[in-house]
Design a protein around this ligand. Sequence first.
Ligand code: NAD
Length: 425
Amino acid sequence: METEEKKKKGMYESVQYQFETAANVMGLDENIRKILATTNNEIVVHFPVKMDNGSVEVFTGYRVQHNNALGPYKGGLRYHPSVDIAAARALATWMTWKTSLAGLPYGGGKGGVQLDPANYSQSELERITRRFTYSLGDNIGPDIDIPAPDVNTTPQMMAWIADTYMSTKSPSERSNFAHVVTGKPVGTGGLEGRDRATGFGVVVTLQAWADWKETSLSGKKYIVQGFGNVGHWASLFMKEKGAILTAVQDASGTIYAEDGIDPQDLLTYTSANNGRVAGYSKAHAIDPSTFFTLDCDICIPAALGDQITEENAHLIKAKVIAEGANGPTNPEGEAILLKRGIDVIPDILCNSGGVIGSYFEWLQNKSGEIWTMDDVIGKLESKLLISFKKVVASSVEYKTDLRTAAYIVAIKRIEVAYKLRGIFP
Ligand code: NAD
């Protein structure tokens, strides 16, 4: 428990440390530094939900809105026992940098409910999601704050959020509000390809890194932590590049196969096994504590924060870390990696395909257009490549690592907005 507490506190300290580092390198205006060092709004709601057995449970939900200088707050909702105000604060702050780096008209928000969804039935999860949405009230909205899926939240839950939000509005307003949330199922205003956008983006940035380093992804061995939305889609796209998946770790265990694991076959297995990799017969189970030390070329952490730390960074064999998750590397761990010449493609760049996909969905809903999968994939790739180039150029200009460089690009855009607009009154 103490370690869990340390980790949650650690994530917010990490994002603040990363911000301060970039602010120092770029010489950020002191007044803007003060504004960006704090969150705008922190909403905590307690709400009752009737359980299947007739009893009532009271849940705690969070929504933190970090900054909206560039547009409405945007970011996921997470259902996990580790969700609390510190975690939401850290994740909301990361979203501000991520949306700014991607050039989107959004700010950063994040939230969720502190629970383990495995302990609840589908109908209980539906009531929890609807009542949480109702409790958030007009703190969310298509031009105010637009949630999306994150750990343990699904397109189905996004559809419940949209329906609940719209149901609280008058009939004349209702039909225009589906874009209160993104990551919806395609049948209810969702975007073709939003499901794979984050995993696809991870591989686009890895390919861009490989091109930059004049190497290829083909034949490279890689390991993935998390085989949920981000992890499994990234693995499927890595397969297209000819890379070899040798180990996967999730909450149920760690599996390894020296000759490679077929991600499609593993997905068929996990889809029939509650999303869990444990028990997959074409690989063997290994000690979870050895996962990050495994021999490989590429490591894709795509689960939770604070996984690569001062405790394991010196043992990592990968030459590049592609951060599918938010905040998987803490500053102490990153310092060791950089000293050892290991590149880190930072989360705010590497996993930004998800929020870019969400932006496309929001635009599609606003304009009434229907985008095809080809439209989405093509536009996603070109936006990600623009971001990647900006980050590399910033790292050259400021002679700094990729994360600090990415932060500088993101912070500069917000700095310009504040300078042009001024501070009210
Ligand atoms: P998900 O719920 O679909 O999958 C999470 C995965 O992490 C599961 O495989 C789970 O078993 C694994 N996991 C949980 N606890 C673990 C532990 N202690 N050790 C190892 N594995 C563990 O979630 P997701 O949407 O794939 O999100 C994964 C990460 O990517 C999160 O950090 C999230 O914030 C980030 N992210 C997601 C998106 C998106 O579009 N879904 C976008 C950007 C960033």
